[in-house]
Design a protein around this ligand. Structure first.
Ligand SMILES: [Zn+2]
Ligand SMILES: [Zn+2]
Length: 292
């Protein structure tokens, strides 16, 4: 068991538990423990926890269901293993940008659960510039541009034969000698004589991802430090965005975000907040009626 240094007031003073399990095996406690220590909550890592059985980035084990479902499954297993009634699980997904296909984008979520109160909170963060990249090459020289783009060796790499991308020969590669050997082996094993080289997205192998998880942890901790104005439970914050920002030309509702709904997942209290940028109307160019 690894315990974070408890610097803050007792978690119980804010309606939070003093200990919570962190369902991880990839060094995320370094990113998350400080923010939770500030709340008086020690994060506990379960001994020998195998989060890879819930899915891997390399594709050897496919994740089933949504990110939220995967995080909940990890959390339930970590709670059962430690007997702790509260906990935290992280999940990330990376892929082509939904609008601009040659760009990458990432989504990270943290799921907080406290069985004692029945509370669940999901916080998310999008990364428009993740260190997520890949290429095919016949030798080490062929990946020179990739190494520069992803800040190798700070970011580690995974190598597989191009014909079998989900069967890695080497993971967590951070030395040129290891990388060279893995690429040679992959090329030998591939009928097309090409290696598939991709960024390792495990948090402790990808400093950019670790930094985003730390930022998301601070966001969740700030939310847990915010009491519900109605019942004083911790965790008042954004539940969802609602679309329907009116068009300034015709007044009809557009698909743009109109407001944020903040609320409490214990008593159900909610309130609507205007957009953070203060925008109250949509430009007619973004209206499906004025500019179909
Ligand atoms: Zn409440
Ligand atoms: Zn319009």
């Amino acid at each position: 068991m690894v315990h974070a240094l408890n610097l803050g007031q007792g978690g119980a003073g804010r309606g939070l538990p003093q200990q919570a399990v962190l369902a991880t095996m990839h060094g995320k406690e370094a990113a998350l423990a400080p923010a939770f220590a500030g709340l008086g909550v020690d994060l506990v890592i379960p001994d020998g926890f195998d989060s890879d059985r819930f899915g891997t980035f390399g594709g050897e084990i496919a994740r089933t269901g949504t990110m939220e479902e995967a995080a909940r499954a990890k959390l339930a297993a970590a709670m059962a293993q430690t007997g702790l009634a509260a906990g935290l699980a992280s999940e990330g997904a990376y892929g082509p940008h939904p609008v601009v296909p040659f760009l990458a984008s990432g989504r990270e979520i943290l799921v907080w659960r406290n069985k004692a109160t029945g509370q669940e909170i999901v916080e998310e963060m999008l990364d428009a510039q993740p260190v997520y990249d890949h290429m095919e090459a016949a030798d080490l020289d062929g990946v020179a541009t990739l190494l520069a783009r992803v800040d190798f060796p700070k970011t580690a790499l995974i190598v597989a034969p191009a014909s079998r991308r989900t069967a890695p020969i080497g993971k967590g590669l951070r030395h040129v000698v290891e990388l060279d050997a893995a690429i040679r082996l992959a090329v030998q094993q591939c009928p097309l004589a090409k290696a598939f080289v991709q960024t390792d997205m495990r948090a402790f192998m990808n400093p950019r991802r670790m930094a985003i998880i730390a930022e998301l942890g601070r966001k969740l901790a700030a939310r847990l430090a915010t009491a519900c104005p109605n019942c004083q439970a911790p965790g008042w914050g954004k539940l969802r965005s609602e679309t329907g920002l009116p068009c300034s030309g015709c007044g009809l509702k557009t698909d743009l975000v109109a407001c944020e709904v903040h609320g409490c997942t214990i008593c159900g209290a909610q309130s609507q907040l205007p957009r953070r940028d203060g925008k109250a109307e949509a430009d007619p160019s973004q209206c499906q009626f004025c500019n179909p």
